[in-house]
Design a binder for this molecule. Structure first.
Ligand code: S3P
Length: 213
């Protein structure tokens, strides 16, 4: 892992740095919890996927996996190193390969990287994998940017290359938001929620039958 710098905000390592949570809104049909094999957390950088996912997995007695950390473990380099040495396209390639392999796991909570739903292949894979609930942790851009800035002050956090330019990051946020909404069975509005409330909201959401879109 690299040390965060001021112009490269960072994400927390699993199990660190609590972030807020949210309120469930109706989404598309999802399997009942006892038939669910995995929960996927999606959302922009700073949405709390890693921190909420760690706690959620704990509550369920499931394993937690962070897609970025899996990529790093397999590649032997950090995400910023992969971006710097091979570019974002190569990172996206590794991300898609890693995601496909993780989706075979059962009793798992998986936190995606914020850009994973940009790839059509990833979206299709997520939609077509059975017994899988995708949950979108949403917040407005200012909230997300503030959380990332707070995380960047933690030297143990991993830097985020795609937050170095905030204007560009906001454009990405706007482009990605429809994808997050589309792939998710549930949306949790996290802006005013604590970490515990976020996890409670996810658990409530996945236990409720959802009407089809
Ligand atoms: C990225 C988000 C990061 C990581 C990489 C690119 C993005 O994951 O995959 O730095 O483009 O949004 P987090 O959303 O977990 O920070």
């Amino acid at each position: 892992m690299t040390t965060a710098t001021l112009d490269m905000p960072a994400k927390p390592k699993p199990g660190t740095n609590p972030t807020p949570a949210g309120r469930a809104v109706p989404g598309r049909a999802v399997a009942k919890p006892d038939t669910l094999d995995r929960i996927i957390l999606t959302g922009f950088m700073g949405s709390g996927k890693t921190t909420a996912g760690t706690l959620l997995a704990d509550r369920l007695g499931w394993r937690f996996l962070d897609l970025d950390h899996e990529i790093e473990a397999r590649d032997g380099r950090t995400v910023p190193q992969i971006f710097a040495e091979h570019g974002e396209a190569h990172f996206r390639h590794l991300e898609s390969l890693t995601l496909a392999s993780l989706l075979g796991l059962r009793r798992a909570v998986i936190a995606l990287g914020g850009g994973a739903p940009e790839e059509l292949g990833n979206r299709l894979l997520l939609e077509q994998t059975p017994h899988t609930a995708v949950v979108y942790l949403s917040a407005n851009f200012d909230t997300l940017a503030a959380r990332c800035a707070a995380q960047a002050a933690d030297p143990a956090a991993t830097a985020r290359p795609n937050l170095a330019d905030l204007n560009l990051a906001e454009r990405r946020f706007r482009l990605r938001r429809p994808h997050y909404e589309r792939i998710a069975a549930h949306t949790i509005h996290t802006t005013d929620l604590t970490l515990d409330q976020t996890v409670d909201s996810i658990l409530t959401a996945i236990r409720q039958p959802k009407s089809p879109r």
